[in-house]
Each structure stands twice: as C-alpha cells, then as structure tokens.
Design a protein around this ligand. Structure first.
Ligand SMILES: [Zn+2]
Length: 447
C-alpha cells in the first residue's frame, strides 16, 4: 500500500525525547518520515496539513493491553480495541492474552497475527505466555514476540505461578531461549492472608485485600530469581513506589531488570478508587495510596522506570456492577490515554515531555520497535495531532472501545487527539475512521 506524501507545517514537534525547534515534517509515499525541518516547501500535488501551533507527536506505544480476541470478544475485540487506541493517540499496542487460548506455542502466536489481518486499526505485537505448558516452546517464539508474559500472582483468567521452584523453572526456560520475561508481580500467599484477616472495614478495600506488600515482595523475589538464573525481567504495571524503586535499584546495579507503571497509578489514589461506584476502578494490582502515586511520579520524572502502559482491561459494566468480591478487575482506558497523560502532568506539575517519552521512545526502545515511538528520518510516520488547549467532558457512550463506559465519565480533560496517521495514512479524523483497518503485526514478516 502506498501513502500520499504529506507535508505537516507549523507544528510543535515532539520527537520521542524532547520538543524540537523544527516545525515541519514530511512523510513519504512509503509512509516513512522523510524530512524534519523549518520552512519545508510543498512538492507538486502534495497534501499539506497546517498545524497552526498544534502538537505533532509520534503515535503512542501502549506496552500493555488486553483486547480479549480470540476468546472473550463480548468484552473487547481488536477492531473496537484498536479504534479506542486511535481515539487515545495510540498507534502500536502490545497485547497480552489472559483468556484461553493462551499464546503457548509459536503456531498459536503466528495464527493469531494472521487472523488479525484486516481487523486491527493499529500495529500490534502479541506477547507469548510463559507457563509450565509453554516452557519448551519459548525458543520457537523467538522473533515472533519480544517477550513472554508470566503471572506471578493470580489475576483475571490466570492462576499465579504456584511456587518459587516453578518460577525458577520458568525463568530458566526463558533465559535459555534468550527471551525477556514480562511479569505481573503480586504474591498470592500475602493476598490470601489479607483476605483471611479481613474485617468488616477492610473486606471491600481492594488496596487492602491486594496490599502493597504483596506486590513489593513479589517484585523482590522475581528480581532475585531472575538474577540467579540470568533471565531478563520486565515488571509490568508497578503500583507501589517501593516496587518501582526495587526495579530501579536492580537496574542501577547492572541487572537486566526494567519496569513500567500504569496510567491509573500515576493519576488516581486508593481513596478515589474506593469512592468510585460500580467497582469502576477495581484493577489488579490495586490502585494504591497517594504516597505510592507520588513515589511513582518521581521515578518517571527521574527516568528510572522505563515507561507507562495502560493495562486496558475491559469488562461490560454489568459484570463490574456487582458486589465488590464478585466484580472482575480491570477497566477500559485506552480511549483516553493522551488525555490521562495531560491530567497527570496537570496534577503533578510534571513536564509533559517526560510522560510522552514514557509512552513513545522508551517502550519502543525497550521492546525493539525501531520504527515506532519517534519522529526520526526513516521511521514509520505514525503521527498524532493534538491541541493541548482544547478541553472537553468525557462522554463514555462516545468512546470507540467495546464497553462504552469509563471511570473518567463526566470528567473535564484536555489533549484529545484530533487526527492520527498510521504509516502516513490518515486513520483517525475528528472521531471518524476514514480507512478500513490497516494495522500490521510488527513481528510477522510479510511474504
Ligand atoms: Zn494486564
């Protein structure tokens, strides 16, 4: 497919690391960035997009989403999920299958990527699953995915790894295959103890039933075992400041350990989550106290965590609207990623460039997506135009992902993407999707 060359003029360009002095960018007929400069002049027949001071960003890379396809498509699917992604400014998703069939063989991974041809509106990368069943399949997955997901604590649709012996066996298998492990870290025993000692006051406090210490101890153990067997480890959706610091310290000490936090842990506190109706903010790991939120903001500010993901994990509202103990964890968030980053910046005083970096160049570098997350000559022209000054109220029924509800419903937010281009083609235009889905699997070579 060929794109039309486009000249973007007069914007505030963010290159994945910093805002640039240059204001203009050209994408070529192959959908690549061909030039970045000032006063670029239109070529004959070229489409010109006048940015008038609006921001032009690399499409965001979300390293942690659940699109539930195949297996649970009444909750989400690639078409609706990827439509939500574009609405939120995301052009690449990295997706975790946590419902059957888990991605436990190279064949399943390959088949999934083939089946999604013509379905996804954004480029996509499914992770493999690291389980006792898939252990001897990991070597065959090399080249098809940058990492394999391991659940060290039980969560939606997944039992946690049973004991340390099993963790050691799994991490060893990944290390031998040279595959990075991405992990959900929470300690099942600590969570079971918290539930066994629940009182009337604590029994429906998600942050107390899945307490901070459960994550911190699980991260500590995972780092130790990964170090002992030589596995590369990435800890996902870190919700505690202490857990984030453990990752940063291991990384400082030269161990191959990295981590990401989640948009919700930088924005929301346990008190706000508890006050929300219908378990809308119930998510695993639980949203923690303001102290943890502040500590995580510091780690992102100092560049000591490698990024931010959403953990977009949708369920129909009817499933969520049950008594606390029966409501599933997770909520839809990908439709609002960019406004959430602006909200974090506004609330924390943090520079927007740090938050943008955490969802563009950092995850792209971490997971080997050399064409993504950057405005750089030769990179994919995945671009987002946004006017940071325009605010509006979130109306959940208008969000493109499947569930049509959001814990941010009714909130005034700013920074909604106006237009999004995928490899030089306009794929999102003021709420509309002008093209058929054209997203590609990044790790499946076309032939
Ligand atoms: Zn998740």
């Amino acid at each position: 497919m060929t794109a039309s060359p486009i000249l973007f003029r007069g914007g505030r360009l963010f290159d994945g690391h910093r805002f640039l002095d240059q204001t203009d960018l050209r994408s070529d007929a192959q959908g690549k960035i061909e030039a970045i400069g000032n006063d670029l002049q239109p070529l004959a027949g070229e489409v010109v997009v006048e940015l008038d001071g609006k921001w032009l960003l690399p499409g965001l890379v979300d390293c942690h989403v659940h699109f539930r396809e195949p297996g649970l498509v009444h909750k989400e699917g690639y078409l609706t999920g990827s439509s939500g992604a574009l609405h939120g400014g995301v052009t690449t998703v990295m997706e975790i299958q946590n419902n059957p069939p888990l991605m436990e063989t190279a064949e399943l991974l390959r088949q999934k990527m083939v089946d999604l041809h013509g379905v996804s509106r954004v480029d996509f990368v499914p992770y493999g699953n690291l389980t006792v069943r898939s252990m001897d399949q990991i070597a065959a997955m090399v080249g098809l995915t940058p990492a394999v997901k391991c659940f060290l604590g039980c969560s939606t649709g997944s039992a946690g790894v049973a004991d340390e012996k099993t963790m050691r066996m799994l991490f060893t298998a990944a290390a031998q295959a040279g595959m990075k492990v991405v992990a959900h870290c929470e300690d099942d025993q600590i969570m079971a103890d918290a539930q066994a000692h629940a009182t009337a006051e604590t029994a429906d406090r998600h942050d107390l039933m899945r307490p901070a210490v459960g994550e911190i101890e699980s991260i500590r153990n995972a780092i130790r075992v990964a170090g002992e067997v030589g596995a590369e480890l990435h800890v996902f959706h870190i919700s505690t400041a202490d857990g984030g610091r453990l990752v940063a310290e291991a990384n400082d000490a030269g161990q191959a350990v990295t981590g990401t936090t989640g948009t919700q842990y930088l924005l929301v506190t346990a008190e706000e989550a508890y006050a929300a109706k219908q378990n809308r903010f119930k998510v695993n790991p639980a949203i923690k106290s303001d102290e943890h939120r502040q500590g995580l903001r510091e780690l992102i500010r100092d560049g000591r965590l490698q990024g931010i993901g959403t953990d977009h994990a949708p369920h129909p509202l009817a499933d969520k609207d049950r008594p606390y103990a029966k409501a599933p964890s997770g909520f839809p968030s990908i439709d609002l990623v960019l406004p959430m980053l602006f909200a974090i910046a506004d609330d924390s005083g943090m520079d927007m460039s740090l938050l943008l970096r955490a969802m563009t160049s950092q995850p792209a570098d971490e997971f080997g997506l050399s064409q993504k997350g950057r405005l750089q000559l030769g990179a994919d022209a995945d671009l987002v135009a946004v006017d940071p000054n325009v605010q509006r109220q979130v109306e959940e029924s208008e969000l493109p992902s499947k569930c049509k509800w959001s814990p941010f419903h009714g909130r005034q937010m700013r920074g909604f993407p106006l237009q999004v281009w995928l490899r030089g083609e306009l794929v999102f235009d003021h709420g509309e999707f002008p093209l058929k889905p054209s997203g590609k699997p990044i790790f499946l070579s076309e032939n």
